[in-house]
Write a protein that binds this ligand. Structure first.
Ligand SMILES: Cc1ncc(COP(=O)(O)O)c(C=O)c1O
Length: 438
């Protein structure tokens, strides 16, 4: 194979406009605490915790040390029919953070794998309890559940679906909860929209409860542009699922590990699903890892109630990988020892006031916030949706601030070790730069 001279040619970048990127590449070469360093030597304030993931800040010494030490002691151990102590320790540590009885933990390597694992566990559970006709999966419009076939089937973002054929059969979708006419510029959770959960009753009436295995939603939809759950919405979903024997899955790949307050959105909001998916902040993104927390009832039905032998025919070569497990334990230690989630929670009010101070600036048609997350929605440019978002993303990056653009929505989710001065810098820079885009 003869390679071109272009050193950027070979890497087919994920979720990237490859041609545009390679024409004007922007690269990161180092990171520490709240900042990245770009390849042209500039410090860039991380307004997105990487990709909603580096909650404890970058290159934290205890996490690096744990990875280093483990890499020299146990580089890898197969997780099928064998174990190693770090995976058991991390599972116990994660279980202790989960609400109620969600204390059985399955390890994966990403959010996408966590979602597909959760969907498969829900199906296996329904079958194990004698409800094998329950095979339908219900997601939500605008939901993002990663990129596996299960995840894009229950997901509701058209661009992530349309290139890939017919996806899983037997999937339906709840309506999303985004409505600018009712909820624009709401601080925190909107009062309008709780009734949209009743749509689940309509879907159940259409298909029959006995055909539905599970409902999956993000308690706060992140990647689609930060859709904050209306007051009462999640509680209603919980009640309807319980009433009809449907497994409720919260996809907490973004919301877990302090992003909106406590260890999980479920715990913070006081609504307990049957399964929680996680990834990202579990290891502070230092080593890829995901996890699925499963209720004791579901676990026991599949594991204790099954015949002898393997109870669930599912798993990954890297489930509970030693380096990831070591990073996870060190990350959870760090969250605790530095009180990172409480530190961030004490800034929720300051954060909310700061992001909403952008109201009235050019192009801005909505601002939403929850925990240390915010979205700034721009009116689409008449020349094409997504243009303004991309322009502002580039302007911010070139001026020392990393934000995330999803279409014309700018999302912010900085590391949870942020201080007020970082918030001021982020909001000040956006206020100035949003006036300069057309
Ligand atoms: C809610 C949710 N689920 C799943 C995923 C997929 O995670 P990954 O990219 O690690 O596969 C993401 C990623 O942003 C997410 O936000």
């Amino acid at each position: 194979m003869k390679l071109e001279n272009d050193p950027l040619a070979a890497f087919w970048m994920p979720f990237t406009a490859n041609r545009a990127f390679k024409a004007t590449p922007r690269q990161l070469v180092a990171a520490k605490d709240m900042h990245y360093t770009s390849s042209d030597g500039r410090k860039v304030l991380d307004g997105t915790a990487g990709l909603w993931a580096v909650n404890a800040g970058h290159c934290r010494a205890p996490i690096i040390e744990a990875i280093r030490k483990t890499a020299g002691e146990l580089d890898y151990a197969p997780p099928f029919q064998l174990g190693h102590p770090l995976a058991f320790e991390l599972a116990s540590r994660v279980a202790a953070l989960m609400p109620d009885s969600l204390d059985r933990i399955f390890f994966t390597n990403s959010g996408s794998e966590s979602v597909d694992t959760a969907l498969k566990i829900a199906l296996a559970y329904q079958r194990a309890r004698g409800e094998g006709t329950r095979t339908r999966l219900i997601g939500r419009e605008r939901g993002y559940h990663g990129v596996g076939f299960g995840g894009i089937s229950v997901g509701g973002i058209v661009n992530n679906r349309r290139q890939f054929g017919t996806l899983l059969a037997g999937v339906d979708h709840l309506p999303h909860t985004h409505d600018l006419a009712h909820n624009a510029f709401t601080k925190g959770r909107p009062g309008w929209g709780g009734h949209l959960a009743d749509e689940l009753e309509r879907i159940i009436a259409l298909h029959g409860a006995e055909t539905i295995a599970a409902v999956i939603v993000e308690p706060m939809a992140g990647s689609t542009g930060v859709l904050v759950p209306p007051i009462g919405y999640l509680e209603k979903l919980r009640a309807i699922c319980t009433r009809h024997g449907i497994v409720l899955i919260f996809d907490e790949v973004i919301t877990a590990f302090g992003r909106i307050g406590g260890a999980t959105a479920a715990g913070t909001l006081g609504v307990t699903p049957d399964i929680i998916t996680m990834a990202k902040g579990l290891t502070n993104a230092a080593v890829p890892m995901g996890a699925v927390a499963v209720s004791r009832a579901i676990h026991d039905t599949v594991v204790e109630g099954g015949p002898d032998g393997i109870e669930l025919f599912h798993g990954y070569t890297y489930s509970g990988h030693p380096l990831a497990a070591a990073a996870g334990i060190a990350t959870l230690d760090l969250y605790k020892s530095e009180g990172i989630w409480d530190h961030a929670a004490a800034l929720h009010g300051y954060w909310e006031a700061a992001v909403h101070s952008l109201r009235g600036k050019r192009h801005i048609i909505d601002i939403r916030n929850m925990g240390i997350v915010a979205a700034i929605e721009l009116e689409a440019h008449p020349g094409g949706a997504g243009k303004r978002g991309m322009q502002l993303f580039h302007k911010c990056f070139d001026n020392g601030l990393l934000v995330r653009a999803t279409g014309d929505i700018i999302a912010l989710s900085p590391p949870l070790i942020l201080e007020k001065a970082h918030i001021d810098e982020m909001i000040g820079r956006i206020a100035e730069l949003v006036e300069t885009i057309d």
